[in-house]
Design a protein around this ligand. Structure first.
Ligand code: AGP
Length: 590
């Protein structure tokens, strides 16, 4: 999952425009970045390891006066994080440059053939084969057909953008990974998603799978593999992406944690009508499936518990990347509810493609209007949580839980009760964020920051919270943390508990309380240290994090202290909570 940006047009500060575009796309990968500019009959390329951040100021390429440039911000899949492996990649003649998002699954065999033909490779990436393939075809064909024939040889889900020193055009092709084109007056923008170009224009072409586009004096859309001419569908987008700043906060993660009370209130106030409409779809469906990845999967799992507990309905939840292998039974009566903050997660998009072929209905719950999943859905529920910049998802997790609660209560015709529950949840979230509670969580973070491992347990609706809490701690503090169902511990994992092993225990005052306290006691008897998250103190707790009992909405707010704990663990370990290593905000490769 990388960020791609390109510009061709009347403006001769293409390099500067491209760099600004890459900054907006850096959430898609921040291992390295690079820009290629056409200057005269040659290409100038600049590549750096690390985040764009302030490095841009020192870069020399942004001062190049040129009207054609492409750029890339990388999340490494093949080849380490080095300047050589950063994009753009050049061919042997250094006159063709390519940026790529995706994985060329057959790159080794393609590379072998090209090396036999004398091509010299300088990187360990899968991407570099693309530019050498184009170079090879160019020996006997024109630029466009060379890109077409090279792209047709690639296996896997890929999007590429190419410039050629002797051509005044940018050529792009896609199959799977997203690409959008912005149409300006005598200029064109191309990017991995709308956020990179919506400031410049509202006239958009969403490139579809197996399409190629040529941008120069005008726009030419072609179908792949043959290259037949197509009429481009120009769509007008009537929304602008909200800009997000940290305000007085040090990081986006903590700012987004503090956004939650407002977002919870907004969902309580504005959504019930939408859900009434959706509830008949749910009632009439034969087989309902939440699908999501990471944090989104945890929200779906909480949905399965809540639908069962409140609506006595069975709703399945599947890890999105596994749903491909479970789809045989889907029919046109099935209902798929994909949950995705970015709306671009390929592990969710792939099973949705199959579900669409089976004419199953799709209600998408996303935070990204105009995203691929948003456009694939029959119905959309937008979280309206505002941009979520930190890689660790916080406010869109609780927003998903709020939406699911409203959906369930709409089904059982108790919308008013749901509004009340969510308003109580918003108040409780504000209470958790009060200074005295923050102080307590900071103390616990100081105690746990050097832990070599942490466990998190919960039962029923708190089990997904245990999974989510462990994911938050892992992804920003890098402390090995395992979340599991309280009852599962004694079936193996308890063997890992020794003197001083920290274990966080979700113990809400509900039907799980007694059992989870017994599980905590089992851990304590092995020397474990218990951090209790509950509305009620217990002797088994060594540390107590109070979360008020707000009935069925407790599963929404009980995660907030753990979001805070994860954040402070990262800060006390001197780590960047917004851009953790090896991660990206939107996962567009398999
Ligand atoms: C969560 O903090 C992670 N960033 C990750 O697990 C994320 O939830 C997952 O990649 C799904 O992303 P999506 O909601 O944008 O589809």
């Amino acid at each position: 999952m990388c960020g791609i940006f390109g510009y061709v047009g009347k403006n001769n500060n293409a390099a500067q425009i491209t760099l600004e575009g890459l900054k907006l796309l850096e959430y898609r990968g921040y291992d390295s970045w690079g820009v290629a500019v056409k200057s005269g009959k040659k290409l100038d390329v600049e590549k750096h390891v690390g985040k764009i951040g302030s490095a841009a100021l020192k870069s020399s390429i942004i001062n190049h006066k040129s009207s054609i440039a492409i750029g890339h911000t990388r999340w490494a899949t093949h080849g380490g994080v080095t300047v050589q492996n950063a994009h753009p990649h050049l061919d042997c003649t250094k006159t063709i440059a390519v940026v790529h998002n995706g994985i060329v699954e057959n790159f080794e065999e393609l590379k072998k053939d090209l090396i036999k033909k004398g091509h010299k490779f300088i990187s360990q990436t899968d991407t570099e084969v693309i530019v050498h393939l184009i170079e090879d075809f160019l020996k006997k064909e024109g630029f466009a057909s060379s890109v077409r024939d090279a792209f047709n040889l690639l296996k896997g889900l890929n999007a590429i953008v190419v410039v050629n020193a002797v051509s005044s055009e940018i050529i792009a092709a896609k199959n799977g990974s997203p690409l959008v084109i912005g149409i300006g007056k005598d200029e064109f923008y191309i990017a991995s998603d709308l956020i990179g170009i919506s400031d410049y224009t509202d006239k958009i072409v969403f490139l579809k799978d197996n399409e190629m586009i040529i941008l120069g004096k005008n726009i030419k859309l072609l179908s792949l593999p043959k290259g037949n001419r197509l009429k481009e569908k120009i769509e007008k987008i009537n929304f602008k992406f909200e800009k997000s700043s940290k305000g007085n906060f040090e990081h986006f993660m903590i700012k987004e944690i503090y956004d939650q009370p407002r977002i919870i209130r907004n969902i309580a106030r504005n959504y019930s009508d939408q859900f009434k409409k959706m509830s008949h779809l749910i009632e009439s469906a034969k087989g309902i499936f939440f699908i999501g990845a990471g944090t989104a999967y945890h929200a779906g799992l909480a949905g399965t518990y809540l639908f069962s507990k409140m609506a006595h309905m069975h709703v399945n939840t599947s890890v999105a990347s596994e749903f491909n292998y479970l789809e045989d039974f889907l029919t046109k009566e099935s209902l798929i509810i994909p949950l995705s903050q970015s709306g671009e997660t390929i592990d969710v998009i792939e099973p949705l493609n199959i579900a669409k072929k089976k004419r199953s209905k799709i209600i998408a719950v996303t935070n990204s209007i105009g995203s691929t999943i948003y456009r694939m859905a029959d119905f959309n529920i937008l979280l309206n949580a505002g941009p979520e910049k930190a890689v660790a998802s916080t406010k869109t997790y609780t927003a998903k839980l709020c939406v699911i609660l409203m959906l369930v209560f709409a089904l059982i015709k108790k919308e008013k009760e749901a509004e009340l529950l969510l308003n109580n949840a918003a108040k409780e979230a504000e209470r958790i964020l009060e200074d005295n509670n923050i102080k307590k969580i900071k103390e616990i973070a100081k105690t746990l920051k050097d832990s070599k491992n942490i466990y998190v347990i919960g039962r029923g609706l708190s089990y997904p919270s245990a999974l989510e809490a462990s994911l938050k701690i892992k992804e920003v503090s890098y402390i090995p943390t395992e979340g599991l169902a309280g009852g599962e511990l004694k079936h193996g994992t308890i063997a890992l508990i020794e003197k001083g092993t920290p274990c966080i225990v979700f113990a809400p005052k509900d039907e799980t309380f007694e059992s989870i306290i017994s599980n905590a006691t089992e851990i304590k008897s092995r020397g474990g240290v218990i951090i209790g998250v509950s509305s009620k103190k217990s002797d088994v707790f060594d540390y107590f994090i109070e979360v008020k009992d707000i009935a069925q909405a407790a599963f929404i707010t009980q995660i907030i202290p753990l979001q805070l704990l994860a954040y402070f663990l990262a800060v006390y370990k001197g780590l960047d909570p917004d851009k953790p290593r090896n991660l990206a905000k939107s996962v567009t490769v398999k």
